[in-house]
Design a protein around this ligand. Structure first.
Ligand code: GDP
Ligand code: MG
Length: 165
């Protein structure tokens, strides 16, 4: 049996960028506009000899939609992720900070008994670190600051991920 890890979070937090970094290929489409990953993209990866599959979940935001509303597609993707995954990487965005939609997603995630890592992305150089305390409000114990773009922090996150698989 192979382990399955899902990346969830609101559009534009960097899910596809992280997915590509973890699988080491450009398979997911990364776009400056929100909502480019429409569905679910699967890839395989390995860390310290532990093999796992990883899913980039989409979530389409209609044009001009308020980004602070959790749309039905995102909700659907989260519910599928909760059902099928061994571990969920819940991605939030340090640059933008904590949004209501992140809190909504966290409420759905907290209802389940799956292992969840809260991953604070876009911590490229520590300059946005003052948002840090906001994310504690989400109430997850496992908390990692990373930059999906430059890779900082991702090693520690993956160390923890394979520990809890
Ligand atoms: P998704 O909608 O959650 O899949 O997000 P994407 O991976 O498509 O990324 C959305 C935008 O955020 C793109 O412009 C990425 O280049 C940018 N982005 C992703 N990760 C990082 C990061 O670690 N730091 C910075 N500064 N930008 C990032
Ligand atoms: Mg995407």
């Amino acid at each position: 049996m192979s382990y399955l890890v899902s990346i969830v979070g609101r559009p534009n937090v960097g899910k596809s960028t992280l997915f590509n970094r973890i699988i080491g290929k450009k398979k997911a489409i990364v776009h400056v506009k929100s909502g480019v990953t429409r569905d679910r993209i699967y890839g395989n990866s390995e860390w310290n000899g532990i093999h796992f599959s990883i899913v980039d979940t989409g979530g389409y935001n209609p044009p001009n939609n308020n980004i602070d509303i959790i749309d039905t597609e995102i909700r659907k993707q989260i519910l599928i992720a909760l059902k099928e995954s061994d571990v969920i990487l819940f991605l939030v965005d340090m640059e933008i900070g904590l949004l209501d939609v992140d809190i909504e997603i966290s409420k759905i995630l907290r209802k389940c008994k799956k292992s969840i890592l809260l991953v604070v992305n876009k911590v490229d150089n520590g300059k946005n670190i003052y948002h840090d305390t906001d994310f504690f409000r989400l109430g997850f114990n496992n908390y990692y600051c990373i930059s999906a773009i430059n890779g900082s922090g991702t090693g520690e996150m993956l160390d923890r991920l394979i520990e809890i698989l």
